[in-house]
Design a protein around this ligand. Structure first.
Ligand SMILES: Nc1nc2c(ncn2[C@@H]2O[C@H](COP(=O)(O)OP(=O)(O)OP(=O)(O)O)[C@@H](O)[C@H]2O)c(=O)[nH]1
Ligand SMILES: [Zn+2]
Length: 189
């Protein structure tokens, strides 16, 4: 994975400012290209991160029951318009063979996947598949709820509309009661 080229971002931001008829040399905008370059380096840092790396922390704990980490906040950038979409992710899994990972690792994986130009569906399935591939659990369920600024501040302009996506793997695909348990726990306060 290549590192982020801050110089190129600076040049591009300067060009955009010129293209919209602004003066990139006016005082208020002088440092803007550098600031945006630093900001993009931060908000796209997930491009240089493999979410699966986080699941190397494994505790040999004999718990083959549901683990749910809910309401994990995230901010991402829609890859079509490069404006934010943001919301919460809920990650549930049923460990197998003592492969229980650290709770914070779920949030770290969400963060790594969100900090890229993204689609909500891809965040959802990438998180689910990285857990499935590394921990080989009985099942994984990831639900993401988000508001897309490309649907609120521009375009169709529907503030308050939410998109909900899910990725369901393993036993959750066939066990309706297990799925229902996750959904009711997510919606309980
Ligand atoms: N499936 C999916 N679509 C998304 C996501 N984020 C933004 N979009 C949609 O991507 C689509 C891009 O549509 P286009 O017709 O190519 O672009 P556009 O003319 O700017 O579309 P409008 O937003 O309808 O004005 C829009 O319908 C967005 O709502 C996402 O995470 N998942
Ligand atoms: Zn968009």
């Amino acid at each position: 994975m290549s590192e982020i080229n801050q110089g190129k971002i600076e040049e591009a931001v300067k060009l955009i400012l010129e293209a919209i008829g602004e003066d990139p040399e006016r005082e208020g905008l002088l440092d803007t290209p550098k600031r945006v370059a630093r900001m993009y380096t931060e908000i796209f840092s997930g491009l240089n991160e493999d979410p699966s790396e986080h699941f190397k922390t494994i505790f040999g704990e004999d718990h083959e029951e549901l683990v749910l980490i809910k309401d994990i906040p995230f901010y991402s950038m829609c890859e079509h318009h490069l404006v934010p979409f943001y919301g919460h992710a809920h990650v549930a899994y049923i460990p197998k063979g003592g492969r229980v990972t650290g709770l914070s690792k779920m949030a770290r994986a969400v963060e790594a996947v969100a900090k890229r130009p993204q689609l909500q569906e891809r965040i959802t399935s990438t998180v689910a598949d990285s857990i499935l591939d590394t921990l080989d659990p009985h099942g994984v369920m990831v639900i993401v709820e988000a508001e897309h600024m490309c649907m609120t501040m521009r375009g169709v302009k529907k503030p308050g509309s939410k998109t909900i996506t899910s990725a369901v793997r393993g036993v959750f695909q066939t066990d309706q009661a297990a799925r229902a348990e996750v959904l009711s726990l997510i919606h309980s306060s």
